[in-house]
Design a protein around this ligand. Structure first.
Ligand code: NAI
Length: 267
């Protein structure tokens, strides 16, 4: 018995990293999973590895035609939609004064407009089915935490957090829950280049109360909770899954416990 027995889930960015781990976990918990990704070879291969409960759809979240086809293909194959995980994303750093408009717009298109298009077409399907559902968006700790070089990415992820709230407000009357997950630094292909920078991993781990980087499965478990009937009264929220790094307001690596205490004033 899986907690998602009889459910149909749609996962964008399903070919890699967090989306792939979530597709695998959902399938192992009994869901039928439609995996959507712009990398056709990758998503075909990974869906084949999961087996008959998974189905690959290739396309781009920035194209409304592709997103509409994604939802239609899922329904054609599995008969319905219950859960969607809008997770496809890209990063890419540039300083504001030297940021190409085309790159800024592309990050916004994929990370923010792509989530809007998914919510639009998925909610239309869920409203037509009339049985509610769960929509989950991938934001980031960068929804509220600024990082140098990531003006487009941080802006897009802050937008996802607000889009999540507005959608939850609008769709609640249809029994549709909408939540967001904010990953901390997680070991996936997206973060490989950052992890090549000397000292980066150590700084992140040093600032993280739980003392390690995230694994894709850490995020998949939160998606499972939000997608399943274990969270029936949870909507409109952004959940950080980050080892606790967002409660650390000190510079990375700074340890207050090791700081020399000052002389108490006045005595
Ligand atoms: P990843 O690079 O391993 O996987 C992303 C997948 O999305 C890839 O398979 C890629 O082909 C697909 N994709 C990208 N653009 C697409 C598009 N336009 N249309 C369809 N598919 C597209 O990355 P990862 O780390 O698994 O990221 C997943 C989500 O988590 C992203 O939204 C990312 O911003 C977010 N995130 C990741 C963090 C991390 O540390 N890995 C931290 C915070 C947020």
């Amino acid at each position: 018995m899986g907690v998602l027995d009889g459910k149909v889930a749609l996962i964008t960015g399903g070919g890699s990293g967090i989306g792939l781990a979530t597709s695998q976990l959902f399938a192992s918990e009994g869901a039928q999973v439609a995996m959507f990704d712009r990398n056709a070879d990758l998503v075909n291969e990974t869906a084949r590895e999961i087996g008959s409960s998974a189905f690959a759809i290739s396309g781009d979240v920035t194209s409304e035609d592709d997103v509409a086809r994604m939802v239609a293909s899922c329904v054609e194959r599995f008969g319905r939609l219950d859960i969607a995980f809008n997770n496809a994303g890209i990063a890419g750093a540039a300083p504001i004064h030297d940021h190409e408009l085309s790159h800024f717009q592309h990050v916004i298109d994929v990370c923010l407009t792509g989530v809007f298009l998914c919510l639009k077409h998925q909610s239309k399907q869920l409203i037509a089915q009339g049985q509610g559902g769960s929509l989950i968006n991938t934001a980031s700790i960068n929804a509220t935490q600024a990082t140098k070089g990531l003006s487009a990415y941080c802006s897009a992820k802050a937008g996802v957090a607000m889009l999540t709230k507005v959608s939850a407000l609008e769709l609640g009357e249809h029994g549709i829950r909408v939540n967001a997950i904010g990953p901390g630094h997680t070991r996936t292909p997206m973060t490989e280049r950052a992890r090549d920078v000397e000292g980066f991993d150590e700084a992140m781990i040093g600032a993280t109360p739980l003392g390690r980087l995230g694994e894709p499965e850490d995020l998949a478990r939160m998606a499972l909770f939000l997608g399943s009937d274990a969270s029936p009264w949870v909507s409109g929220q952004l959940f950080y899954v980050d080892g606790g790094i967002t409660v650390n307001e000190l510079p990375p690596g700074f340890n207050l416990l090791e700081a020399q205490p000052r002389q108490p004033r006045g005595d």
